[in-house]
Ligand binder design. Sequence first.
Ligand code: ZN
Length: 452
Amino acid sequence: MHAQLLKEIEEEITDLLSNLIRINTTNPPGNESTAAKYISKQFKRDGFKCELLESAPKRGNIVTRLKGTGEKPSLLLLSHLDVVAADPKEWSVDPFSGVVKDGFVWGRGAVDMKGMTAIEIMVMKLLKKNNVKLKGDVIFAATADEERGGLLGVDYLLRNYPEKILAPYVLNEGGGLAIPTRSRNVFTVQTAEKGLLWFRVKAKGTAGHSSLPNLADNAILRMNKVIDKMANYQPQVMLTSTVKHFLAVMAREEPALQEPFTRLLANPELSDKILDELAKIAPHLAEEILPRLKMTITPTIIHGGFKENVIPSECEAIFDCRILPGQDTAKTIALIKKLLNDIDSEKLEFEVLQAQEPSESTAETPLYNTIASVLREFESNCGITPILMTGGTDSRFFRKRGSICYGFHPMKPEVISGKVVKLEHGIDERISIENLVFGASILYETVKKFMS
Ligand SMILES: [Zn+2]
């Protein structure tokens, strides 16, 4: 028996998303309160009580809740209201017009992540309207500031009002998009994300005239050694449980991947060689897998020198280091300091700019199983796999407090002119109305099944 898509919500969810996109919440400055108030109005129309919690002027978070009997643990439907900047000159439509055309809702945030906000609003409304008997509370929270680290959003709420949003289970962004394989769609669930460590290195030297380079001590040349050292560092390969699970699923799904992925699972230390071979048949996939097996250290900013004929006494560079779940920030800092000391302990300064812990939730839970069974009700021939994201989401704050958190915004691959396209954070970001209805249908059934 196939489950039914909620065709009847098409117009309402399209309007919701269009209107959310029209409220410009580019962060900075964010101005999420306008969007939060709009959502509150939509909820109040259906008899919900909402709370607007501002972490700073105009930085609104909106929370509401459907009470359950308490027989089951509660579930939070989480999303963020802010978006990254969009340059109208690069777009073929106004990025904040929320225009609907060619079967898509267009605009900044359509995918990341006002589309899921709209889906979660619909799920709450449907649970109430259809009088679903909930055995646990279902909480809705749309928050500020995710794109800049979440300090004024989820972090603020968890520090000041944990009782309002903390839940043992959380559904958020980061996964859900299906990977098209040869014979079927494999839906993803984000169960893990890497952590980040941004650090600055300052190289010192002695200034001088560059016509006599031997008399000076060039800070740029010292920084060159630092960059070289970081680039040549061979981090240990580590298979997290999410990546193991992913490799095992994909080995089953794609005949061409069976041999390399089985070998990789058995011999992670041979990963470089195996991925080199894989690159010959699937270059993009090989590139995607590499950073999921080890820590990465990448220089992103460099400053040094101010005049053509002056050797600078200072040069500084900023590095973005990403660590895997199971790796530790303090140990990583110690490792980087050691690498720097090997070059020069006197003339190199090290400073941590920002650190965010990696996080992982097990896929062995009733919620994961419910997601899998609901997906199969809608698409009997589909696969499902957990994935590790190389970037970060607000899920890390909840995982740190013990919640099981999944990134799950169910979406089929968007195909435009016969090609699968990736649209979040990009130019002409958009989501198909078909995917909005699909996402809402899957999420509604998942919550209903899990909570009753
Ligand atoms: Zn996002």
